[in-house]
Ligand binder design. Sequence first.
Ligand code: ZN
Ligand code: ZN
Ligand code: FE
Length: 741
Amino acid sequence: MRLGIRVRGVVQGVGFRPFVARLAAEMGILGWVRNTPAGVEMEVQGSAELLQAFLRDLEARKPAPARILGVEHEEIPERVETGFRIQPSQAGQAPRPSVPADLALCPECAAEMGDPSERRYRYPFTNCTNCGPRYSIIRSLPYDRPRTAMVAFPLCEACGSQYREPLDRRYHAQPIACPVCGPRLISGGLEGEEALAHARQTLLEGRILALKGLGGYQLMVDATSEEAVRCLRERKRREDKPFAVMFPDEASLRSACRASATELATLRSVEAPILLLERVGELIAPAVAPGNPQLGAMLPNTPLHLLLLAEVGRPLVCTSGNLSEEPMAIGEDEARSRLGGIADAFLEHDRPIVRPVDDSVGRVEGGTLRLLRRARGFAPLPHALPYGGPPILAFGGHQKVTVTLLFEGQAVVSQHLGDLNSPLGQDLLARTVADLLDFFRVEPRVLACDLHPDYASTRLAERMALERGLPLRRIQHHHAHAGACAAEWGLTPPFLGLIWDGSGFGSDGRLWGGEALRIEGWGFQRIGHLRPFPLPGGDRAVKEPRRSALGLCWELLGEAGASGSLFAESERTTLLTMLGRNLNSPRSSSIGRLFDAVAALSGLRAGPGFEGQAAMALEFAARAGTGDDSYAFGLQDGVADPAPLLEAMLEDQRRGLGGEALARRFHLALAGLALAWAQGAGLEDVVLSGGCFQNALLARLCEEKLGAAGFRVHRPALFPANDGGISLGQAWVAAQWGNEV
Ligand code: ZN
Ligand code: ZN
Ligand code: FE
């Protein structure tokens, strides 16, 4: 029997053909395999039984970095065959492969690094078809060495023969290198081992190192030294926001974090994200994540990190090389000017970084990995989305921005680009758009952006729409949040979107963020929302939870009820005047701001901090709380009124109930609200998304309550519930739009 097989997905640049050849040889199957513009195709010949097993193993034993989106096979006439060959690539047609993501160091390469008899002993840039840089070094497609940052490093003879040997682990591994022909380490005037020793000394002395990593510069400092970490916070102008920590090995990680088997496997995976883990013990300095029971932990994911961490022998803070919210620095000169005032020393190399790719961040909940930041290891892998219309380009929101290109049944979502407040961020967005269009040679026919008129992403989309004469779909922020989850799980409307968020521009021009949306076709109906309350000072309320508290009390209890002790008398008078005269006090239905208000009122977090800090404090407090007692919202015509909740909470407080109990009752009240809205909508499928659902406790309570009542609950996993998912959601809505016209 002979089969023709076509495999679509991420099957190039990941060692797929050598794997197929080895598998066929092992099973005694004859035929050939080759790359095509669409993926990989092969013809295989053997008994029907063998071919069945082959098809099964093709998916079951595929190389870890490969992603199969589809396998098609058909029976064809048998031929005379003598063995199994890897054929040259089939050229022709427009290139439509996928762009591979960067891959964490594989165990074989790690083992070679520790073996003094190997050519690549202690070589910090070793890699193979199973591991190494990809997206961060690719300039254009098709993915071949001359179109990567490795063009400057001609292969030596030994590397060349490995590159050409089909059964070698380095067969056609584009970035391969060795100490003879590849990139080298540099630190000031030092090179190689001396440069490494200098970096080690810097870190052991508690000073700050700027490391040119895989997808950008990182700042590192001894994570066990309170003084060193505080110094980094001061210089980086970052007050409380947690830092991630890289551990030398698993044993060290487990001495500071609790990690399940699934979590350990995820940390060791080819994506190797940062995971939020429960913190234990006293090893890590408190300043790494002040007041936070969790720790963002990761393991070394490049040979350079492995080497450095082994040399230092202790956990290191490992954070993006930037000032807060700007993109990471990637070039040497840029790093000098932007990080010179922060770092005491630089450890660099001469392999250029083509684009910034940050570390991915996630959390494992009940066995499911949910990303909070999708970048290294995940971006820009395609996500299958059944859509055959004209290509759509979506520009995302304003924070945690990503860009999505939807074409030919796949959505390609860019890496996390950060915020658009700085010119650097805006440039990166424009460059990423250009990159995606160039990679796939796709002409977008429809553009999509946020409804917010002032986002830099909106302005960029408007400019392109004008220049190219393209239709621009302006998509409501929370509609897009719901769409992203639908895109991820293949959900078709109608369904209910419970989208709880910081804020987004509403269809009525007001601030939304506590929404129940009935998603139907390309549109939606706002069937429920939180009763809006004013935010004195507008945007300033985002960073200062007590302003939300004052606005909420003023709205629900009147001026007399807003007399608490959160403000100095004079400031309170000013703010009350603003509220009374309706000056710079926009009303918002945001549940994110309700979290802020409740956190401030329950004494957990009132003063300035990073966005989401108060909500996190409330979540952590609620986790420590117990019992089933819950507050309740009033609900009329879909509008959720927090007045009864607020009154009950203030009463509990007068009775001396602690913040933990208050926080728990508040979380349960929100789960009750989710159920009430779902029952009112009468739709089987319910999506939970928006920034508030990064709160694992809130998500779990809502999911349990809805699930027990028979609803099918869908939550974002690989495309974040925060604004990192917005561009995918915009593309999804624009695709629905197209289908209805
Ligand atoms: Zn490897
Ligand atoms: Zn070499
Ligand atoms: Fe949002």
